[in-house]
Ligand binder design. Structure first.
Ligand code: ATP
Ligand code: MG
Length: 229
């Protein structure tokens, strides 16, 4: 599903954020990415999304060579992904419902399907009562769940979440990972960056640790052949 071969990312400033990384993630896996601040976690996520291109090496995501993709192909590629950022990136002038529906309106989903799907997803993340609220009038945790709903509504093949629980309390963080785990169980691949060790310890998912641009530990696919390295 995701394959990095010899990937290096050096920013124009000279920072080497990723250094010769090899990584494979299979369809249906749930992977936590952990590591210190500045280790290269967000850089990895931005490369997977094609927000950045690698300086060298090859990146395959969902069957596509991300580095070689043409500009006009990028929006279609991104529609196969569900993306959650730490800073939400909600549209401030749209209410909760429209923030979620917006992601579908950009595709050719019928308005009938949108009217069914958006309430279903809002209910799933526990926001059924907030559909008409504006982002500025709901809590940080609720905004985070809107961002999650928006990522889920397209039925993505892969969810890429960069610290999706960074701004919310531990109990809600647990619930969000539990929700992602449920979605993972029905087939969606999940890659989630987090700082929260306790949260990671509460789930039996693969853990990849990045430090100074390199993978320094990888538990391997949980339930697979490889053990903890
Ligand atoms: N746009 C950029 N231009 C130049 N250097 C950058 C850029 N973005 C990140 N870096 C540098 O690349 C390295 C990796 O950054 P990255 O954001 O990937 O780390 P991170 O693991 O996500 O950290 P955090 O946990 O703090 O979010 C750091 O040294 C950072 O300063
Ligand atoms: Mg980061």
């Amino acid at each position: 599903m995701i394959k990095l071969s010899n990937v290096t990312k050096k920013y124009e400033s000279g920072n080497v954020a990723l250094n010769n990384v090899d990584l494979g993630i299979e369809r249906g896996e749930f992977v936590f990415i952990v590591g210190s601040s500045g280790a290269g976690k967000s850089t990895l996520m931005r490369l997977l999304l094609r927000e950045e291109t690698p300086t060298s090496g090859r990146i395959i995501v969902n069957g596509r060579n991300v580095g070689e993709m043409r500009q006009r192909e990028i929006p279609y590629f991104r529609r196969t992904l569900g993306v959650v950022f730490q800073d939400f990136r909600l549209i401030p002038t749209m209410n909760v419902y429209d923030n979620v529906a917006f992601a579908l309106r950009a595709t050719n989903v019928s308005s009938k399907d949108i009217r069914q799907r958006v309430p279903y997803i809002l209910n799933l993340v526990g926001l059924q009562g907030k559909a008409r609220s504006m982002p500025e009038n709901i809590s940080g945790g609720e905004q985070q769940r809107v961002a999650l709903a928006r990522a889920l509504v397209n039925n993505p093949d892969i969810i890429l979440a960069d610290e999706p629980t960074g701004n919310i309390d531990p109990e809600l963080s647990y619930e969000i990972v539990e929700l992602l785990s449920e979605i993972n169980k029905v087939g969606t691949t999940v890659v989630m960056v987090t700082h929260e060790h306790e949260l990671v310890a509460q789930f039996r998912h693969r853990i990849i640790r990045i430090e100074r641009g390199r993978i320094v530990a990888d538990t391997g696919k949980i339930g697979g052949q490889r053990g903890r390295k």
